[in-house]
Design a protein around this ligand. Structure first.
Ligand SMILES: [Fe+2]
Length: 252
C-alpha cells in the first residue's frame, strides 16, 4: 500500500505534499526511519507537522522533556514549517502536547507566531494552515480556546484553508465561525480505527476555487472516490454543485 501511495503521489506530481502528522504509530526509532524513507521516496516537496503518535507516550522521560527529539532527527527539524510559491503560502503549526497527548492544541506562543506570519503577508495568495489536530470542533461541541483563537485569527489576519489529520476521516467543510474551508485527511496508510477506506486528499487551488478530491484505496491503488468544489467569491465561501450548502464570509 505504501508503494502504491508513493506511485499515486508521483503521478499526481503536486507542488507540495502535506503530511498532517502521525507519521509513526508509537514514535519508535524504527518507525521514524520508515517514515523518513517514505517521505524521501515521494520525490516532491513535503511539509510535515508532528502528530500525537509521534510523541513517545510510553517513555515519560522523553515524552515530557524531549518529546520531539526523534521526530526532529528523522522527519523534520522544523516543527513550524513553511512553504510558499506564487499562488500559496502554507504554514504548519505544531499542536502536540506532552501533557494532553490525545487532545492537543496550539499554545499561545505558537498562535502568536502564526498571527505574526499571516499579518506580514501581502494579499493575493492562498493562505493555508496545517495542524495535526483539527481546528474545527466536532458537531455539537464548543470550540476549545485554541480553536476559537484560530477562528479569530483567521478572520482578522486572513486565512483561507485549514488542513488537519488525527480523526482518520476525510472531510471538507466550510467553518462559518472562522470563515475557513477546513479539510481533514483520512488515514492514508494506517489500519487503526478504520471506519472508511484509506485515502488522501488531492487539493487543486485555482484563482478563486478549491477542488478537494478524496483519493481512496481501491484494493490496487488510489483513485478518486469523490470530490467537492468550493468557490471564494467576494469574501464568501460557497460550495458548488448539487451538494452546495456552505456559505460564509472569509477574507482574501
Ligand atoms: Fe493523531
Amino acid at each position: 500500500m505504501a508503494l502504491a501511495l508513493v506511485r499515486s503521489l508521483r503521478q499526481l506530481s503536486p507542488d507540495l505534499v502535506v503530511v498532517s502528522g502521525d507519521v509513526t504509530q508509537r514514535a519508535r526509532i524504527s518507525q521514524f526511519r520508515v517514515g523518513q524513507r517514505f517521505l524521501e521516496r515521494i520525490g516532491r516537496p513535503c511539509l510535515v507537522v508532528p502528530g500525537n503518535h509521534d510523541l513517545p507516550i510510553h517513555r515519560p522521560m522523553h515524552r515530557f522533556r524531549r518529546p520531539l527529539d526523534a521526530y526532529q532527527l528523522y522527519i523534520s527539524p522544523n516543527t513550524a514549517p513553511r512553504y510558499e510559491n506564487d499562488r500559496m503560502v502554507v504554514l504548519g503549526v505544531d499542536t502536540t502536547k506532552s501533557w494532553r497527548w490525545m487532545g492537543g492544541g496550539a499554545t499561545r506562543r505558537r498562535l502568536k507566531r502564526l498571527r505574526d506570519d499571516l499579518c506580514d503577508l501581502p494579499p493575493g495568495r492562498w493562505r493555508v494552515l496545517v495542524t495535526h489536530h483539527p481546528v474545527l470542533p466536532p458537531p455539537l461541541r464548543r470550540a476549545k480556546p485554541w480553536q476559537a483563537a484560530v477562528a479569530r485569527l483567521a478572520r482578522e489576519c486572513g486565512l483561507h484553508l485549514a488542513l488537519s489529520g488525527h480523526h482518520h476521516r476525510a472531510l471538507s467543510k466550510v467553518w462559518h465561525r472562522g470563515g475557513l474551508l477546513v479539510v481533514a485527511a483520512g488515514a492514508s496508510l494506517s489500519s487503526r480505527f478504520r471506519t472508511e477506506a484509506n485515502s488522501y486528499n488531492a487539493l487543486t487551488l485555482d484563482h478563486d476555487r478549491v477542488v478537494v478530491q478524496v483519493m481512496a484505496w481501491n484494493g490496487y491503488g488510489y483513485s478518486e472516490a469523490r470530490r467537492r468544489s468550493f468557490r471564494l467569491n467576494a469574501g464568501v465561501w460557497m460550495e458548488e454543485g448539487p451538494r452546495a450548502r456552505g456559505r460564509l464570509r472569509a477574507r482574501r
